[in-house]
Ligand binder design. Structure first.
Ligand SMILES: C[S@@+](CC[C@H](N)C(=O)[O-])C[C@H]1O[C@@H](n2cnc3c(N)ncnc32)[C@H](O)[C@@H]1O
Length: 255
């Protein structure tokens, strides 16, 4: 089997290094932050709400445990965070983190009065101690990291032993539905996105970033290598999106 490309991650153009890619991604999301929610709902025909709800439902066993700590990584304007909150009981600590100040600001505004914390933080260098969380979820954010393996290592580090990871992201559906969807995703969506947001670029980057993202089998192998077990993928809505989930391996220290 060929060695995996350890530098695989998002790029907004060719010839970019990791730092330049991260900067470009942050600027891009900050530029569309004011229209992000509207665009999400229009372009997904409101299916995004169902995907967040369905992803959160997977982790009810953690969200019903008072005292559990949950991180929504790359939280954007907070809709995944709110879906997690709606499934949780009192006493669950919920943190939303994103490296775009404009996104965090909107999340904080939308979540005013709700018991959650908002943090401006880079997913590749998180300001949390080892073993801080029982659950780390990322919705449509992980794909934008400039280095996927380092993203997984960092999530693994901040999870407790036996803690869980959930990565919800776009996929590439196959068959006839796949062909129709690609027409929409590559041609209609970038035009409508640019029209509504007034910003050229991000909505052409979206299909390119999905095409660049590892196939489910490869992504699951990367998760196992990073220290996760029971890694599995569930396709949502014909594979347009899907959820990766896994459990941080419990280290056995007894020789
Ligand atoms: C497509 S949005 C998803 C937002 C939200 N989770 C949702 O489901 O709507 C991707 C988010 O990832 C954030 N992001 C990308 N790379 C990041 C990184 N290295 N650290 C933290 N946030 C990052 C962006 O700022 C953006 O808000």
């Amino acid at each position: 089997m060929p060695e995996p490309d350890k530098s695989l991650g998002a790029r907004t153009s060719d010839e970019q290094d990791e730092q330049a890619a991260a900067r470009a991604v942050r600027e891009m999301f900050s530029a569309i932050a004011p229209r992000y929610d509207l665009l999400n709902h229009v372009l997904s025909l409101n299916t995004d709400r169902y995907w967040w709800w369905r992803a959160a439902r997977n982790f009810r066993h953690i969200l019903r445990r008072s005292g559990a700590a949950v991180l929504d990584l790359c939280c954007g304007t907070g809709d995944m965070t709110f879906a997690l909150y709606r499934k949780s009981v009192a006493g669950v600590k919920i943190v939303g983190a994103d490296f775009s100040p404009a996104m965090v600001e909107r999340a904080r505004h939308k979540g005013a009065g709700l018991p959650m914390e908002w943090v401006e933080a880079d997913a590749l260098n998180l300001p949390f101690a080892d073993g801080s969380f029982d659950l780390v979820v990322s919705a449509f954010g992980f794909r934008n990291l400039a280095n996927y393996d380092r993203g997984l290592d960092e999530i693994c580090r901040v999870l407790k032993s036996g803690g869980e990871i959930g990565i919800l992201d776009f996929g590439e559906p196959r068959g006839l539905i796949g062909k129709l969807y690609q027409l929409y995703f590559r041609h209609v969506l970038p035009r409508v996105g640019t029209m509504i947001s007034g910003v050229r670029g991000p909505y052409a980057y979206l299909p390119a970033s999905v095409a660049r993202f590892p196939e489910p089998e490869e992504m699951l192998a990367r998760m196992r290598r990073a220290g996760f077990e029971h890694a599995e993928y569930t396709a949502y809505t014909f594979g347009i999106a899907g959820l990766y989930k896994a459990v941080k391996r419990i280290e056995n220290h007894t020789a």
